[in-house]
Design a protein around this ligand. Structure first.
Ligand code: PLP
Length: 420
């Protein structure tokens, strides 16, 4: 077939595609013996699922709600009552000067990022080109192939703080960041997928200032973060102003299948995204909005985040770190301080094999993790050895399986260090 550049863009090997395929194939083949510590599936939290089941039953029993849920398109901006309720929550809880006109829904925040990042970077009138500035890489693999033009990202290596014994933390290296005319927007995930790093309030303030000075938006990807689902184990204040585009998602609350992303931005930006929604999909899904409407009305979504969702992941994170400490003792392993999200990021300094090879060996042993080399969009031409020394491990699945997975990772890492 003779595909356009646009078609070919999606016909090539994309990191996110191989990752989702790996996950899909493993599940489809009924590979019950595979330990899935690779993908981004959230954990199963019965208390949250029960709530959603009850809500579904209530909707199913109500003719009017059922008709709205199933039988009508939403507006291109998303389900109107939900937008109004969410704006009210954000005014009530954080004092943001915000209305429904500042919020738009998308079919998952991933597709929201596709729209947003291509809206601010790529080719401009007069032959100008702009890029998305990632102030810190490693960064989310899902951005890497999103750009409709080449050379789409520019990223900066982080500073590495070596903390107590086996922990470290990435920090934004402001001395290396310049935001000039070639920058279309600054984008950071908080907490960061893959590392579990939470960019501090001070770092966010610094980035906000840099972005404003340059007249470009700061996009904060809060898919795991504040205000919800609140999977943050350190301090993170929810931030928004007219120059910040805050992206939320219902996925990591436990609703990845309802595909609901939320963009909070200036009215001007929201209008463009709504226009894109109309052209691409007429309207975003209202499913997630209907399911969570009451939780938003009552602010219960925040309480659930703090009392159910966060503790679930925090306990698992601590247990996983303890297990890794046991299994990797005697090797020079390092773990990024787990500050949020649903992953641990492990750094095997001077490992004689690449993280990709380690991934292959672990796959043969029935453990799926993700090689860290995918997570450096914007640093493709940087020969930093660190890029091939890290792996991402999802610790949110069944405890016994995660423990077994960590034992196998420990065995393979020790073997690799010993052979070197
Ligand atoms: N942003 C980050 C950092 C993510 O990890 C993910 C998914 O894992 C997304 C965005 C996209 O999430 P969704 O499209 O399910 O809202």
């Amino acid at each position: 077939m003779d595909y356009s550049k646009f078609g070919n863009k999606f016909n090539q090997d994309a990191g996110i595609l191989s990752l989702m395929k790996d996950m899909g194939e493993a599940t489809a083949n009924g590979a019950d013996d595979l330990i899935m510590m690779g993908g981004g599936n959230p954990g199963h939290i019965p208390a949250f699922q029960e709530k959603m089941q009850r809500r579904l039953q209530d909707i199913a029993a109500d003719d009017e709600l059922c008709r709205k849920l199933l039988g009508m398109y939403c507006a291109p901006q998303g389900e109107g009552d939900f937008l109004t309720s969410l704006a009210a929550l954000l005014r009530r809880e954080y004092g943001w000067r915000i209305g429904a006109e500042n919020i738009c829904l998308t079919n998952g925040s991933q597709s929201g990022f596709f729209l947003l990042l291509n809206m601010f970077a790529g080719e401009f009138d007069g032959g100008r080109k702009k890029k998305i500035r990632l102030p810190l890489a490693p960064e989310y693999i899902g951005y890497a192939d999103i750009g409709l033009s080449s050379d789409f990202f520019v990223a900066t290596r982080p500073k590495i703080d070596r903390l107590e014994e086996h922990l470290f933390k990435y920090r934004v290296d402001f001395s290396e960041i310049t935001i000039g005319e070639e920058t279309g927007a600054v984008c950071v995930s908080r907490p960061t997928n893959p590392t579990g790093n939470v960019v501090t309030d001070q770092e966010i303030d610094g980035l906000d200032q840099l972005a404003r000075d340059a007249g470009v938006p700061l996009i904060i990807d809060s898919a795991y973060g504040v205000p919800f689902p609140g999977i943050v184990f350190s301090q993170a204040t929810p931030r928004w102003n007219e120059n910040i585009i805050l992206c939320l998602s219902l996925s990591k609350l436990g609703l990845p299948a309802v595909r609901t992303g939320i963009i909070i931005a200036s009215e001007e930006v929201i209008q463009v995204i709504s226009g894109m929604n109309a052209v691409i999909s007429l309207a975003p899904t209202g499913f997630g909005a209907f399911l969570t409407q009451q939780l938003v009305d009552t602010s219960e979504i925040l309480e659930l985040s703090n009392t159910v969702i966060r503790p679930f992941y925090q306990e698992k994170a601590l247990a996983a770190v303890r297990k890794f400490d046991q299994e990797l003792a005697g090797t020079p392993y390092k773990i990024h301080k787990p500050e949020g999200a649903i992953f641990l990021w492990l750094w095997f300094e001077n490992l004689p094999i690449s993280s990709k090879e380690l991934y292959q060996r672990l796959k043969k042993r029935g453990v799926l993790i993700i090689s860290g080399h995918y997570f450096f969009p914007g640093l493709e031409n940087d020969d930093w050895s660190h890029k091939n020394e890290c792996i991402r491990v999802n610790y949110s699945q069944d405890d016994a399986l995660v423990r077994r997975g960590i034992e196998i990772i420990g065995e393979e890492v020790k073997k690799a260090y010993m052979a070197g």
